[in-house]
Ligand binder design. Structure first.
Ligand SMILES: Nc1ncnc2c1ncn2[C@@H]1O[C@H](COP(=O)(O)OP(=O)(O)O)[C@@H](O)[C@H]1O
Ligand SMILES: Nc1ccn([C@@H]2O[C@H](COP(=O)(O)O)[C@@H](O)[C@H]2O)c(=O)n1
Length: 210
């Protein structure tokens, strides 16, 4: 395999990172097949907490860098770059820990990875060739997070608002917003910005043609 490219998509929680990355991935897979593109999520690298009780797990600050096993993500990105497959962890937001099963991710020429704190860690930044920051207004992120967490992540309105005020919003200003300086591209209006999606797709097509 020739030189591969790792594209990181960062930004606030519910800014549209996952929708943006999966739309780029799915539209290109439909066009070109899935052999040469892989997709990963930083959330899969939240630390395993199976040794803790559920009551202990809900005390974790999931917006602080210490909640993630970034060393494993760096290791997996290096393996993918070297042409080796990885076993990506699977994470449960309902159980607040990893599942026993992993997902096989095949080495690929272009690797997409999305997550809130990707651009905050120098070890990770060193692995990225192209960096994108989703610059969605924070009030829009909050509205989308409330809806998503109630519908998909088994949360109550009280728990979402308490977590937002205590950890999500402070971590945005302490860690995520300052990391925007490391982005090559800043995307406004969330995960349905089709012009930005088309620009990244065009870049990937060019890389795959080299
Ligand atoms: N531009 C948009 N318009 C409408 N809904 C959006 C837009 N971007 C994202 N969403 C929705 O907002 C929610 C959060 O987006 P998601 O991609 O999961 O965010 P993130 O991965 O950054 O946490 C999802 O339900 C998604 O479908
Ligand atoms: N057990 C967990 C783990 C993470 N979170 C929240 O998820 C957010 C990051 O994921 P996004 O898809 O929203 O980018 C982060 O802000 C954590 O607060 C959680 O609530 N519970």
């Amino acid at each position: 395999m020739g030189k591969n490219t790792i594209i990181a998509i960062a930004g606030a929680s519910a800014s549209g990172k996952s929708l943006f990355a999966s739309t780029v991935y799915q539209e290109l897979v439909a066009e070109l097949g899935g052999e040469r593109i892989a997709i990963l999520s930083e959330d899969a690298y939240y630390r395993d907490q199976s040794h803790l009780s559920f009551d202990q797990r809900i005390l974790t600050n999931y917006d602080h860098p210490s909640a993630f096993e970034h060393s494993l993500l760096v290791e997996h990105l290096k393996l993918l770059r070297a042409g080796q497959n990885i076993a990506m962890p699977q994470y449960s937001y309902k159980l607040h820990t990893r599942l026993d099963e992993t997902i096989k991710v095949q080495a690929a020429k272009v690797i997409l990875v999305e997550g809130i704190l990707l651009l905050t860690d120098e070890r990770l930044r060193d692995e990225f060739d192209i960096t994108v920051f989703m610059d969605t207004p924070l009030d829009i992120c909050l509205l989308r997070r409330i809806k998503r967490d109630l519908e998909d992540r088994g949360r109550s309105l009280a728990s979402v608002t308490e977590q937002y005020e205590s950890t999500v919003r402070p971590a945005f200003f302490e860690f995520i917003a300052p990391s925007k300086q490391y982005a090559d591209l800043v995307v406004t209006r969330g995960g349905k910005n089709q012009i930005a999606i088309d620009i990244i797709k065009a870049k990937i097509r060019q890389l795959l043609a080299e």
